[in-house]
Design a protein around this ligand. Sequence first.
Ligand code: C5P
Length: 402
Amino acid sequence: MLKGKHIILGITGGIAAYKCATLTRLLIKAGAEVQVIMTPNAKQFIQPLTLSTLSGKPVISEFFTANTGQWNSHVDLGLWADALIIAPATASTIGKMAHGVADNMLVTTYLSAKAPVFVAPAMDLDMMRHPSTVRNIELLRSYGNHIIEPAEGELASHLVGKGRMEEPENIVKVLDEFFSADETMTGKRVLITAGPTVEKIDPVRYISNFSSGKMGFALAEECASRGALVTLVAGPVTLKTQNSSIERIDVTTAVEMHDAVMKSLPDNDAIILCAAVADYRVENVADKKIKREKNTAPVLHLTPNPDIARAVGQAKRADQVSVGFALETDNENVNAQSKMERKNLNFIVMNSLRDKNAGFQVDTNKVTIFTDKGEVIEGECKSKRDVAHDIVDVLQKYLSKK
Ligand code: C5P
């Protein structure tokens, strides 16, 4: 899959830079064109001559080539690239990327690049687990960058722990898998619902739930980063989208969400129903603020909202894939599977409120996926972005068969 791909390999000043000779060699062997960019410190660890010889291109490090005065355009490089790999990525470069400190050619190119970015951190274990590094890596993830987690093992300091740059063979494998996945998702249209809905009681009060929208937004970013065209129908949330190929439709109520989804449905290849839709709305919304009475309490008459997932299940074509969510508090597996059947979903993602750090508001989730083919895929507790990655992997398998 790497044949003919334009890869920028950004090397920073860590001891693992020596592995980049092998990495460059493997990428070239796989048929890629490689442009190496080094930070000034990286040149202390490995000679540019080694890398320019292996890549067949002069290594870029400065904004200007000293003897000719030729300007190295970070914008052109950013547009040329099909992927950018930063390996090894030091704590310093990760920090600069996270905060836009464009004081060298590599970070400047990173900020200009439109292509997917892969970051392979490598550093000492204490630097790796410092809250500042942890937060900066999370920030990169939130920009849609792919983190190639460092491995555990003996480090240059002779300490043993997490911080070894992933081996070049595995970095090439990650890229190869990414580009094969991309083939299926590129140009596919995915409709996603996210967040809660808000149902008015009167002009100042409402019924809603604790959904933050984080899982649905992570799914939107994941699909978009694989080249899909995403329509995100979002209930009231404070989140922002990062990828410019996500078209966002903001709604408030379940009825508005239903109407937006049903209108877009025919144009989409897949529909992911991630929103926590209020099951009921108030029948007669008061047009004035309901006053507090001394001896009586108001009675709210509720009426059912449309079940959007079910309506999608009834209306969808055989070539469309639909995915639902089930947030359960008890009898999890049975409830989730019966929802999948009732709503005619291809697969359902179940999370239990009994699991710690899963579900509403938090940044992590732990899910089990049930498919209509009887598969059960149990996941670990991980970031919602990583959970989104796993879910989209399953979705992709369905889309490749349609
Ligand atoms: O039945 P329950 O609400 O637990 O089902 C959850 C699944 O159904 C989720 O995928 C949710 O987005 C979807 N749903 C919906 N419209 C509703 C209620 C739930 O799309 N009114």
